[in-house]
Design a binder for this molecule. Structure first.
Ligand code: NAP
Length: 400
């Protein structure tokens, strides 16, 4: 008899969060939602609480928390703010924590989950990028297992787990985003509305803009370096507009292992959940019967697979991410913080699309090579980078 696993979903109202709940809905005998978190989407949080009946809910935004409490305080315990997010991440009955908050807000809850030995399915890339060494140090002192949810890293994880051969390099694919064939002149004019419309994936606004600039791929290169302990030279990016191949590992014997599926995050989410559920201790779990709800690939329909090297000239964010890895220390953190400010400003129409890499490059250029230390150091360095970014904006941004 299989025993259901309790899941705490950080960022339940987001794109990854709602897709995780889709997987839970499809596999209701395998998973219970024991805790969930939201920020500003009160209506969806209320709906999720009514449907999934978690014991504990954390709402980051105080005003939203009041609205949620008014509607469903009789159904679960609801707390507010960062401390509540940390509590959801370390909730005693949770077997698995899904880390799907956006941006830097995930770091403290993630460290809390690892600190108390929770197994973590990690979607949030910014905390790995900004504080990779800290996350690894925490993992070294904990019994936690970390399985990536990001489709590329989950694919690499699957390939690497299944082979003991020597690795020559890993390849991660990029759809190329909505502006793959745009000239530099066209890129100057693209609006946030056009940029958030991703051709293959339905995602949150921040990651959609990152996909359009290829910064998302840059962050993924850094994420792969952290997750798999690889130097930048062993991680390659290929533009693959069909988004069917998600990750490849090339082995020293000349073979390449590939993970392919229709672009649907639920495949990676259910892989991560089933791996963590199966390896968690004493309770039996039948992962073979899990359903991701994804449609199957039809190879007989004559589909073509293209692979193109990325254009660093039109998409300099990718090059900046590699540069930050070469610089080391806090450089990826600085890159990430500057990028978060740049994307926010672009979405608010305060800068143009091509000013995103300009801002990031300017802030990265100010970095003095200081090493990563404690969480406080990281928070300090993060706010320093954001302040540098805002200085740049005051000089070069335009207000609307
Ligand atoms: N979406 C994808 O397909 C995908 C794929 C791979 C990796 N990822 C990574 O997964 C993470 C989540 O991405 P997403 O696309 O799911 O993002 P999203 O749709 O924007 O959702 C973010 C979630 O975090 C909550 N949130 C936002 N700001 C917060 C704050 N300051 N404090 C606490 N909670 C906050 C949101 O709450 P409200 O909605 O209630 O405001 C929402 O639940 C990102 O790191 C992203 O890079 C995403």
């Amino acid at each position: 008899l299989s025993v259901a696993r309790n899941i705490s979903i950080l960022g339940a109202t987001g794109s990854i969060g709602t897709q995780t709940l889709d997987v839970v809905r499809l596999n209701s005998e395998a998973f219970n939602v024991t805790a969930l978190t939201a920020n500003k989407n009160a209506n969806l949080a209320i709906e999720q609480i009514r449907e999934f009946r978690p014991d504990f809910v954390a709402i980051a935004d105080p005003e939203t928390a009041e609205n949620v409490k008014e509607a469903v305080s009789d159904l679960c315990q609801i707390e507010v703010g960062e401390a509540a997010l940390v509590k959801a991440a370390s909730y005693p009955s949770a077997d698995i924590v899904v880390a799907a908050l956006v941006g830097f807000s995930c770091l403290k809850p993630l460290l809390a989950a690892i600190g108390c030995g929770k197994d973590v399915a990690i979607a949030n890339k910014e905390s790995l990028v900004a504080a990779g060494s800290l996350v690894k140090e925490a993992l070294g002192q904990s019994a936690s297992r970390l399985v990536p949810v990001d489709s590329e890293h989950n694919s690499l994880f699957q390939c690497l787990q299944n082979s003991k051969k020597g690795v020559r390099r890993v390849l991660i694919t990029a759809s190329g985003g909505p502006f793959l064939h745009h000239s530099k002149e066209q890129l100057m004019e693209v609006s946030p509305n056009e940029a958030v419309r991703h051709p293959r994936w339905d995602m949150g606004a921040k990651i959609s803009i990152d996909s359009a600039t290829l910064m998302n791929k840059g962050l993924e290169v850094i994420e792969a370096a952290v997750l798999f302990d690889l130097p930048a030279r062993m991680i390659e990016v290929l533009v693959h507009p069909q988004s069917l191949v998600h990750g490849m590992v090339e082995y020293l014997d000349g073979s390449t292992h590939v993970v392919m599926y229709e672009p649907d995050m639920k495949v990676a989410i259910s892989d991560a959940l089933s791996r963590l559920a199966s390896c968690s201790s004493d309770k039996p779990f039948h992962s073979e019967s899990l359903n991701s709800g994804c449609s199957f690939l039809d190879f007989s329909s004559g589909r073509t697979l293209e692979f193109i090297p990325p254009d660093f000239q039109r998409f300099p964010c990718l090059k900046l991410a590699y540069r930050s890895l070469e610089i080391g220390g806090c450089a990826p953190l600085v890159l990430n913080a500057a990028n978060e400010v740049a994307v926010e400003s672009y979405l608010a129409e305060k800068i143009g699309f091509l000013q995103i890499p300009m801002l990031v490059e300017a802030v990265l250029g100010q970095y003095d090579g200081q090493e990563l230390g404690s969480v406080d150091d990281i928070l300090y360095r993060d706010s320093w980078a954001r302040e540098q970014a805002r200085c740049w904006l005051r000089e070069y941004g335009h207000s609307k």
